[in-house]
Design a protein around this ligand. Structure first.
Ligand code: COA
Length: 401
């Protein structure tokens, strides 16, 4: 038999994190654990133990998360892993159960995660809630469709300068799009802007784009040199490129795609409505490959639905099935932007993971109906739900956490 509880002390925390470390990397040393504990509290790392020995773990960052028209406290689920010696004995299920109960008690109405495999989290009520994809743009296909008048200036900045300049742009993205989590100063310092010793040979570079007297865009990138058959095969890896205005975003991408010596520009996690696709003259040549991005879980259906904005004032009654968080089960009426329990007949019946898919606006109820993921019990209900939930721009989470 095993038990699941929040980790107790740094050693147990490290052993619980080593659940995912078994597959994704080495055992973290003490320095790394201390750093990590500043962004993921020790108490928020659940450990599974058998006879006092850790056999798995699951963690949750506590951050604010942008939802359509607002922001909500969210559990950013991460570092989930079960030791290979104890697989398929229900350890993950027990961890998920304990974690979701904890998230609920803490009053975080939603949880979000990046899934290593798409097959794992649906059973725990997570739905595919944002699309993300990669591009690989060969230098010769980097031209824009329209001439771009460049008015800004790009400059290299140090991590210290970036710590002042980048966060306001990230915050602007949070106001513009659902799916973006708030980064604390520690997150910026210890994760985004940190230059680890083992990357010293080829460190991340930071640039800021100044326009109209203020910094309006930034990029984090790295170049990987290469030379094959007498020509460059170098890659520029765009780790993060964000602008707070369309002009700044366009100028930033022009800068990146013009970096000399690069044969191929690569970027990942881009949403399908990223401006780059219409800036490019040959979007087809970007080879966009889209897949699942963020997964979302409504931990408190009432609070989550009441916490986002809607495109209209109509109403809809959902019959929600939730085998894991049974407090969500039943009928919920969404009216004038507020969700409350109701005795009225359900108009759409669905599992909570399907509602999670629709929540940020990336997946429509019509799509869910097409994929047999909901039952429309009253004709026209799906169309009505889509008129309420539809949201632009699409969600975008630029970082895997
Ligand atoms: C994924 C992982 C955590 C599962 O742990 P586990 O303790 O073996 O899972 P459980 O025994 O609790 O399984 C619970 C259910 O999920 C299913 N399941 C578990 N892993 C699955 C997977 N990778 N794909 C599909 N189904 C999976 C089980 O079959 C079981 O289904 P059931 O409830 O219908 O019987 C573990 O395999 C692991 O650590 N994998 C590598 C690291 C990883 O990918 N972590 C996730 C990071 S996002």
């Amino acid at each position: 038999m095993f038990e699941v509880r929040p980790s107790n002390g740094l050693e147990e925390y490290g052993n619980a994190i080593f659940g995912i470390g078994q597959y994704f990397g080495a055992r973290p040393d003490e320095d790394r654990l201390l750093r990590f504990s500043k962004v993921l509290e020790i108490q928020r790392m659940h450990a599974a133990l058998e006879d006092g020995e850790v056999i798995g773990g699951a963690g949750a960052f506590a951050y604010d998360f942008s939802v359509p028209g607002g922001t909500l406290p969210c559990a950013g689920v991460s570092v989930v892993g079960v030791y290979p010696t104890h697989r398929r004995r229900g350890v993950l299920r027990a961890l998920m159960d304990a974690q979701l109960r904890d998230v609920h008690e803490r009053g975080e109405p939603i949880a979000a995660l990046w899934a290593s495999e798409e097959t794992i989290y649906g059973r725990f009520g997570y739905g595919l809630a944002a699309w993300a994809g990669d591009v690989k743009i060969a230098r010769e296909w980097g031209a824009f469709a329209r001439p771009l008048e460049r008015r800004g200036q790009v400059r290299f900045v140090t991590p210290e300068q970036a710590l002042d300049l980048f966060p306001p742009i990230w915050e602007a993205l949070r106001r513009e799009r659902p799916g973006v989590f708030a980064r604390t100063r520690e997150w910026w310092e210890l994760r985004t802007l940190r230059l680890p010793d083992d990357e010293k040979a080829n460190p991340k570079r930071f640039v800021a784009l100044d326009l109209d007297g203020e910094t309006q865009a930034y990029a984090i990138f790295r170049t990987h040199t290469g030379f094959e058959n007498g020509v460059s095969s170098a890659r520029t890896e765009v780790i993060e490129a964000i602008g707070s205005t369309p002009q700044a975003t366009a100028e930033l991408w022009r800068f990146l795609l013009d970096i000399d010596w690069t044969a191929t520009f690569e970027a990942s996690l881009l949403p399908p409505d990223h401006p780059l696709f219409l800036l490019l003259a040959n979007p087809r040549r970007a080879g966009y490959r889209m897949g699942d991005g963020l997964w979302a879980r409504l931990v408190d259906v009432g609070a989550a639905l009441s916490g986002r904005a809607y495109a209209g004032d109509g109403s809809i009654v959902f019959g929600v099935r939730d085998a894991v968080c049974s407090w969500n089960e039943g009928r919920w009426k969404l009216e004038d932007g507020i969700a409350s329990r109701t005795d009225a007949d359900a108009e759409i019946a669905l599992d909570v993971d399907a509602l999670g898919s629709a929540y940020l606006g990336a997946v429509s109820f019509d799509q869910l109906r097409g994929a047999l993921r909901l039952e429309e019990l009253v004709e026209g209900a799906v169309q009505r739900a889509d008129a309420l939930f539809g949201w632009r721009p699409l969600p975008w989470c630029p970082e895997i956490f």
